[in-house]
Design a protein around this ligand. Structure first.
Ligand SMILES: [Zn+2]
Length: 192
């Protein structure tokens, strides 16, 4: 199914029924809009998205011109953990050169998902756990092997080879989340 935020440990990371957002930045938003539509279609009616004026919503979407920016595509909640930013200061930063699939992947982080290759029961082996060795999310928010309930991120269901969150799965060229991605987002956010 998927790998994502442990909402038993972090209950404020759950999104409500409607996620409000605003869009800023000079970049072209076409691929972001397609990615958002893919998630809207997949999650409706359990979770909906509503665009509003800047400074009001829960999420600021900042779309930069890819040719002019050195930054990377990221979901950056204030607490550094994937999922809802309960401080309402989370920014979804995207380059307009990002594919629809890459934008779906970043929105996946916003919705609570982590990289599928980093889950504890990943059948691909540690060589694929780029983040673990790269010092990224799993290294910082590591598994607590002896007390899984204390881990910031937990595995939901079985490994999903088709996940948009799996490195090496070709997600950047895909145009919608996998069934496992959708089921995990609904589970994390208490909608299933
Ligand atoms: Zn990622």
């Amino acid at each position: 199914m998927g790998y994502g935020i442990n909402v038993t440990k972090h209950p404020t990371k759950k999104w409500g029924t409607v996620i409000t957002y605003s869009v800023t930045g000079a970049g072209n938003r076409t691929n972001f809009d397609k990615a958002m539509t893919a998630w809207k279609n997949a999650l409706s009616p359990h979770i909906r998205f509503s665009e509003g004026p800047q400074g009001v919503g829960e999420v600021d979407v900042d779309i930069a011109e890819g040719a002019r920016s050195q930054r990377s595509n990221t979901w950056t909640p204030k607490d550094g953990l994937n999922g809802r930013d309960s401080s309402r200061q989370g920014t979804l930063f995207l380059l307009d050169t990002a594919s629809v699939g890459t934008a779906i992947h970043e929105i996946g982080h916003m919705l609570g998902l982590c990289h599928e290759q980093d889950r504890q029961n990943c059948p691909l082996g540690q060589a694929r756990r780029a983040n673990y060795f790269g010092g990224d999310e799993v290294a910082k928010q590591r598994w607590d092997e002896n007390n899984p309930a204390n881990s910031d991120y937990v595995s939901y269901g079985n490994f999903d080879n088709a996940s948009m969150m799996l490195y090496g799965s070709g997600y950047a060229a895909k145009d919608k989340p996998s069934d496992g991605d959708v089921a995990t987002v609904l589970k994390i956010n208490g909608k299933a």
